[in-house]
Ligand binder design. Structure first.
Ligand code: CO8
Length: 261
């Protein structure tokens, strides 16, 4: 839709597809620099404000979802450069979107690329996917939440090994470890991701937002507080027209026509 240099944005019904597409020599590896970050964040926040968008899919190339932050751009930075420019903090806003997001990962998802995938709500992998936090090999550590989100996704044992040795996981290991919801053949990845997105986008948008909020809260709080938060949202959905429509459609044995109200 809008003109971006490092991403492509397409709309398919109520689904938006955002493809990382760095135009230069690195394009197939999608190294993440500040421009990519600013464009992804600006594009997704605009889509998030659009009531006609019910799900956002984020994908890369066949070779790489993203091979991490741009090492050439990072090398000369000082502590103050990083601190004052608040390097890469804007990626956090991707995790704050209200619209559900799907990461469709083929090839390398390393460092910032793995962290970017983990900022999305649903993570689908091609059988070619390779996940890892290899920052340690460059003399740094994950900086976009990798040490926290990977640990919550796969547990301490694997997260420690991956972050301390830089070893990568293939798609099958990532699925066994609980990092991804499903692995599909590479040539079916995008179709499958768009199908999942279309399913989500077909639900009531405010109710899907609340479901997302409720699951996300599990990573932020205690079980008792999380259950109380869920209960409030559960009560709140009865204020929507879509609750009446969804239950009426079930009882009438017809498909629901959600109005996202
Ligand atoms: N940044 C910049 N350039 C890169 C990157 C990268 N992340 N990855 C690859 N490239 C470049 C290579 O230097 C090479 O350039 P050139 O053609 O000029 O020599 C070109 O892309 C092709 O790369 P390869 O020849 O290595 O391609 P292969 O297919 O052999 O290997 C790999 C692909 C496995 C992806 C390999 O390139 C690799 O290991 N890349 C580095 C992966 C990595 O370490 N990622 C983590 C980066 S650090 C990070 O993400 C920290 C995030 C937190 C920052 C937060 C700041 C606050």
């Amino acid at each position: 839709t809008d003109a971006y240099d490092t991403i492509l944005v397409e709309r398919k019904g109520r689904t938006a597809l955002l493809t990382l597409n760095r135009p230069n020599a690195l394009n197939a590896l999608n190294a993440l620099n500040l421009q990519v970050m600013n464009e992804v964040v600006a594009a997704t926040e605009a889509l998030d404000r659009d009531p006609d968008v019910g799900c956002i899919v984020l994908t890369g190339s066949a070779k790489a979802f993203a091979a991490g932050a741009d090492i050439k751009e990072m090398r000369p930075q000082s502590y103050l450069d990083m601190y004052l420019s608040d390097w890469f903090t804007a990626w956090d806003r991707l995790g704050q979107l209200r619209t559900p997001t799907v990461a469709a990962v083929a090839g390398y998802a390393l460092g910032g690329g793995c962290e970017l995938a983990m900022l999305c709500d649903i993570l689908l992998a091609a059988d070619t996917a390779v996940f890892g936090q290899p920052e340690i090999k460059l003399g740094v550590i994950p900086g976009i939440g990798g040490s926290q989100r990977l640990t919550r996704a796969v547990g301490k044992a694997k997260a420690m090994e991956l972050c301390l040795t830089g070893r990568t996981m293939d798609a099958a290991e990532a699925e066994r470890a609980g990092l991804v919801s499903r692995v599909v053949p590479a040539d079916e990845l995008l179709g499958e991701a768009l199908a999942v997105a279309e399913t989500v986008a077909g639900m009531s948008l405010p109710v899907a937002m609340m479901a997302k909020e409720a699951v996300a809260r599990a990573f932020e709080t205690t079980l008792a507080e999380g259950v109380r938060f869920e209960r409030r949202l559960f009560h709140a959905v009865f204020a929507t027209a879509d609750q009446k429509e969804g239950m009426s459609a079930f009882i009438d044995k017809r498909p629901p026509h959600f109005t996202h109200r």
